[in-house]
Design a protein around this ligand. Sequence first.
Ligand code: SF4
Length: 106
Amino acid sequence: MARGEDERCRREISRLLADGLATQTEPFPETEKEFAELLDALRGRKGGGPDLRAKLVLCGLIDKPYGEDRMRCQECLYYLVHRRWCDLPELAIPVDPDWWCRLWRI
Ligand code: SF4
């Protein structure tokens, strides 16, 4: 995805979240099995286009840090700092450092 396309997509995601898209932040996948099941569910969706919204709902993306520990993309294993990008193949979306989703890992 080119930089301009990243920005366009980030703005679209930001707008969807600001408009109140209800994403599924729980249950948090506590075990490898639960994590793998969530990835399987995400693999059933195509990236971008009309499926973007469904992907955001499934992964539970929110536009702010999560919980008492204020977990966020910035500290996640999958976050690419320079591109502001989620590099988890099943997501592969532009994200902001202060966002979070339930696939968060450290
Ligand atoms: S997996 Fe979730 S928390 Fe981690 S970088 Fe991607 S969107 Fe952010």
